[in-house]
Design a protein around this ligand. Sequence first.
Ligand SMILES: NC(=O)c1ccc[n+]([C@@H]2O[C@H](COP(=O)([O-])OP(=O)(O)OC[C@H]3O[C@@H](n4cnc5c(N)ncnc54)[C@H](O)[C@@H]3O)[C@@H](O)[C@H]2O)c1
Ligand SMILES: O=C(O)C[C@H](O)C(=O)O
Length: 344
Amino acid sequence: MRPSLLRSASQLLRRNRRRDYSAAAGGQPERKVAILGAAGGIGQPLALLMKLNPLVSSLSLYDIAGTPGVAADVSHINSPALVKGFVGEEQLGEALEGSDVVIIPAGVPRKPGMTRDDLFNINAGIVKGLCTAISKYCPNALVNMISNPVNSTVPIAAEVFKKAGTYDEKKLFGVTTLDVVRAKTFYAGKANVPVTEVNVPVVGGHAGITILPLFSQATPATNALCHEDIKALTKRTQDGGTEVVEAKAGKGSATLSMAYAGAVFADACLKGLNGVPNVVECSFVQSTVTELPFFASKVTLGKNGVEEVHGLGQLSDFEKEGLENLKGELKSSIEKGIKFAHAN
Ligand SMILES: NC(=O)c1ccc[n+]([C@@H]2O[C@H](COP(=O)([O-])OP(=O)(O)OC[C@H]3O[C@@H](n4cnc5c(N)ncnc54)[C@H](O)[C@@H]3O)[C@@H](O)[C@H]2O)c1
Ligand SMILES: O=C(O)C[C@H](O)C(=O)O
């Protein structure tokens, strides 16, 4: 082939490659997502799901151990996101720098017989350290808190950010999507409606009775369910985490369903950042919906994070009672988090 022909062929090839790449990325802005605790039970499948998300251009996998292997593995998947693994505190800054969304599933999970609050002593310190680094290296990122007890770790994060002068209440989220995922699945099964069409808001917090599914607002609506059915569905949603902990019999808590839920919520955050309209998910955020400073309810996600925190809508008498019953526990979990952040 003549040298000039060779040159134009290679130029064409390069142009096409560039075109393919931007088409694959959907013409979206570059977005960096960091996962802290990426080598764990949730972290690994979540890394896989985020690598498959076309809105992610850079995926940063951080843990105290094991991330080089996870990153090497996930990086071989032929999707656009560039994957890098970071291990140990000295690499945390680089892992976080430039992140748009930081997902935190770092910390210990429950064993049978434990409550989420039993994780506080270990996880509070882990979350505090990671949030201190976030305030330094990527203070504008949206933070998706998965580590339990969420009812306390989110207030801890808020206090750490306030102390660093970087707190933006629009950018801090407790991930309660797994409660919604469960409520949808259980409702669809009981009401015998197609699960992919179901929507159920879940409000309150993320532990036991603080998890309040609003089945009176579930769609598609059904009159096939009696009060006893609703009571049973509510209890099963509240105890969903414990159901998995007991079934795993000492080998941890929900990881796969949580990775799915975490990926759904992170995707919603990215869509909001990219200006997609009407992105609504339930999340545990700073709130004035009740007298409590943090509360989970439907939230519209936008270019700066929370665009609107929605109210609770019409509640059934059963749900009104559940709402009053959860406030005491939720209040003390929030206060415990705030107190820890101030004392440490
Ligand atoms: N929000 C929810 O709905 C929800 C659902 C399931 C689990 N969880 C919580 O998520 C957390 C993680 O669960 P898991 O099953 O993945 O646990 P896991 O033990 O399998 O993984 C946790 C990972 O965190 C890492 N880690 C520990 N300290 C760290 C630090 N300082 N920095 C970075 N990484 C660190 C560990 O090395 C480990 O790889 C638990 O607290 C669990 O209760 C929350
Ligand atoms: O139940 C747990 O401890 C983990 C998580 O919060 C869940 O709801 O599955």
